[in-house]
Ligand binder design. Structure first.
Ligand code: NAD
Length: 495
C-alpha cells in the first residue's frame, strides 16, 4: 500500500505517530493509499524547521523570491496534467475540471511573481521640518494553512503563493482525504529553488490542526473548510493570539429574472450546480426563479440533465465524477429523500441515474418547489443537488438571499442593467456574478464571502492576502545637524 508521508525540511518524512488514514479512489470505492496523521510532536518538528527557514527566507531578496516563483510557475504549468490526474484519482473530479483548478491556482502563483509591486511601502517626505515618515510591510514568520478536500491544489495556492512571496515560511495541512496534490507542490517548489523548510506539508487531522493553532511559533492561520470547523478554528486561534482568516461553507443562490435568456440561464445552472458533483464552495445550490420564468427554467434544466456524462474522472468524455466518500454520497441521498417528504418535488432524482456500479456516484438532482423552511434549502448539502425556490418578485428574491446565513457567492441572470446594478448594490454576499454563475475573482482581486462564510477580517489572496501575510511598520526618521540637538521633554509635535 502506498504511504503518503509528511514533507518537512525539504524532504518526504515518515510519520511517527502510528496513526494513518485511508485515501480512497472515489471512482472505484477502493483504498489506494494511506496517509500519515501527525501528532503534536511532529507538528513541533515541522514548526522548528519552518522557523529556522523563515529567518533566512525573510531576508532573501525580492529578486530571489520572484525568480523562484517564476520557475515554479513554469514547472506547474508544464505539469498541470500530472497534478490534475493526482487530484482526480483522490478527489474524484474529472481530469479536465482538475486541470481548471490547477489553472486557477496558477493565477495565484503568477500574482506572487509580481509581489514586489505589492510590497512597495509608502513615504511622506518633510512631514515636519527635516522629517520623513515611511511604512513598510514585513513578513509574519511561520504561517499555517488548513485546507479542504474539494480544491486540493487551488486552495493551498490561494495561501502559499502569497505567503511565501511575502517572505514567510508556510506549513500546509491539507485534507487527509486527498493529500497528494500538496506533496507534489512541495517537491516542485524545492525543484524551483525554494530553500528547505519554507514550504512544508504536515498531513493530519484535528490533532495536527489543534497543535498548529496552539503553537507559539505559528503567527497566523489561514483556514478554508466547513462553517462549523471555520468557526472553531477562528475562536481557538484568536484566543491563542493569532491572526486568522477562516473561510467557511456556502449556500449560493442564482437569481433568474423573467427577462433572462432561458437557455443561457439553464446552461449556467447545470454547469454551476453539477460541476465537480456540486462539491464546490461556489457551486450554485439554490435557484431563485422570479415570477413566470420558473416553469420554463425547470423544464430547460431537466431537459439538460440526462446529457450530463457521469463517470470516473479519467474517462475522457466524463463531465461529472463521484462524491468524495460513500458516507457523503449517502448523506446527499438522505437530504434528497427528506426533501421529498417535506414537500419538495424531485423533478430529477439522482438516486435513479445510471451511474457506474463501483465508486461513490450520485446523479444530478433537481428539486422544485423548495421553500426556505426546508432542510434542503437551509443546509449546505455539498452534492449535485439544485433546489428551485419560486418567488413572485425581485424584492422577495433579494430578501430571501439576504436572510440566508451564508454569504459566499451569488449570481443574477438578467438583461436588465438597472436590476443587476440594484442587485450588486443590495445583496449581502461577498462575491457577485452578473450573468456569471461562479464568480471566483481573479487572483489580483481577493476571494471571500460574508456572514457565516467568513470568520476574520481579510479575504484570501490578492491585495488582501498580502495584507494578511505581512504586518506594517512605520518609521519616523530625521538626519539633523548634531549641533542643533537639545533636550525637550514635551510630546513631539509637528512643525
Ligand atoms: P472540513 O471543514 O471538514 O475540513 C477542512 C479542514 O479542516 C481539513 O483539513 C480537515 O482535516 C480539518 N478538520 C476537519 N475537522 C476538524 C476538526 N474537528 N478540528 C480541526 N480541524 C478539522 O471541510 P471539507 O469537507 O474538507 O471541505 C468542504 C467544505 O469546505 C464545504 O463546507 C465547503 O463549502 C468549504 N469550502 C469553502 C470554501 C470557501 O472559499 N469559503 C472553499 C472551499 C471549500
Amino acid at each position: 500500500m502506498r504511504r503518503i508521508q509528511h514533507f518537512i525540511d525539504g524532504q518526504h518524512t515518515a510519520g511517527s505517530s502510528g496513526r494513518v488514514s485511508d485515501v480512497y479512489n472515489p471512482a472505484t470505492g477502493k483504498v489506494q493509499a494511506q496517509v500519515d496523521l501527525a501528532s503534536a510532536s511532529e507538528v513541533d518538528e515541522a514548526v522548528a524547521s519552518a522557523t529556522k527557514a523563515a529567518i533566512g527566507w525573510s531576508d532573501s531578496s525580492l529578486t530571489q523570491r520572484t525568480q523562484i516563483m517564476f520557475r515554479f510557475r513554469e514547472l506547474l504549468a508544464a505539469r498541470t496534467d500530472v497534478l490534475a490526474k493526482a487530484i482526480s484519482s483522490e478527489h474524484g473530479k474529472v481530469v479536465s475540471d482538475a486541470a481548471g483548478e490547477v489553472a486557477r491556482g496558477l493565477e495565484n502563483v503568477e500574482f506572487a511573481c509580481g509581489i514586489a509591486h505589492h510590497l512597495k511601502g509608502e513615504i511622506n517626505e518633510q512631514v515636519s521640518d527635516g522629517i520623513e515618515v515611511y511604512s513598510l510591510r514585513q513578513p509574519l514568520g511561520v504561517v499555517a494553512g488548513i485546507t479542504p478536500f474539494n480544491f486540493p491544489a487551488m486552495v493551498p495556492a490561494w495561501m502559499f503563493a502569497t505567503a511565501i512571496a511575502c517572505g514567510n515560511a508556510f506549513i500546509c495541512k491539507p485534507s487527509e482525504r486527498d493529500p497528494s496534490a500538496s506533496m507534489l507542490i512541495a517537491e516542485w517548489l524545492i525543484e524551483a529553488g525554494l530553500p528547505p523548510g519554507v514550504f512544508s506539508v504536515l498531513n493530519g487531522d484535528k490533532e495536527a490542526v489543534d497543535a498548529l493553532i496552539d503553537h507559539n511559533d505559528v503567527a497566523a492561520i489561514s483556514f478554508v473548510g466547513s462553517t462549523p470547523i471555520a468557526s472553531y478554528v477562528y475562536e481557538r486561534a484568536t484566543t491563542a493570539g493569532k491572526r486568522v482568516q477562516a473561510l467557511g461553507g456556502a449556500k449560493n443562490h442564482m437569481l433568474v429574472l423573467p427577462d433572462a435568456d432561458i437557455d443561457m440561464a439553464a446552461d449556467a445552472a447545470v454547469s454551476a450546480a453539477y460541476g465537480s458533483a456540486g462539491e464546490r464552495c461556489m457551486a450554485v445550490s439554490a435557484l431563485v426563479a422570479v415570477g413566470a420564468v420558473a416553469d420554463e427554467l425547470v423544464g430547460a434544466i431537466s431537459d439538460r440533465i440526462p446529457a450530463v456524462k457521469i463517470g470516473a474522472g479519467t474517462e475522457p468524455d466524463a463531465e461529472m465524477g463521484p462524491l468524495i466518500t460513500a458516507e457523503h454520497r449517502d448523506r446527499v441521498a438522505g437530504y434528497v429523500k427528506r426533501a421529498q417528504k417535506a414537500g419538495a418535488v424531485a423533478v430529477v432524482d439522482g438516486a435513479t441515474a445510471e451511474v457506474p456500479s463501483e465508486g461513490f456516484f450520485y446523479g444530478p438532482t433537481l428539486l422544485d418547489r423548495v421553500t426556505s423552511d426546508m432542510e434542503c434549502y437551509q443546509d449546505e448539502i455539498f452534492g449535485p443537488v439544485l433546489s428551485v425556490v419560486r418567488v413572485e418578485t425581485f424584492r422577495e428574491a433579494i430578501d430571501l438571499i439576504n436572510s440566508n446565513p451564508f454569504g459566499n457567492g451569488t449570481a443574477i441572470f438578467t438583461r436588465d442593467g438597472g436590476a443587476a446594478r440594484q442587485f450588486q448594490h443590495e445583496v449581502q454576499v461577498g462575491m457577485v456574478g452578473i450573468n456569471v454563475p461562479i464568480p471566483v475573482p481573479v487572483a489580483y482581486h481577493s476571494f471571500g464571502g460574508w456572514k457565516a462564510s467568513l470568520f476574520g477580517d481579510t479575504h484570501m489572496y490578492g491585495p488582501e492576502g498580502v495584507r494578511f501575510y505581512t504586518r506594517a511598520k512605520a518609521i519616523t526618521a530625521r538626519w539633523p545637524d548634531p549641533a542643533s540637538s537639545q533636550i525637550d521633554l514635551g510630546f513631539p509635535q509637528n512643525q
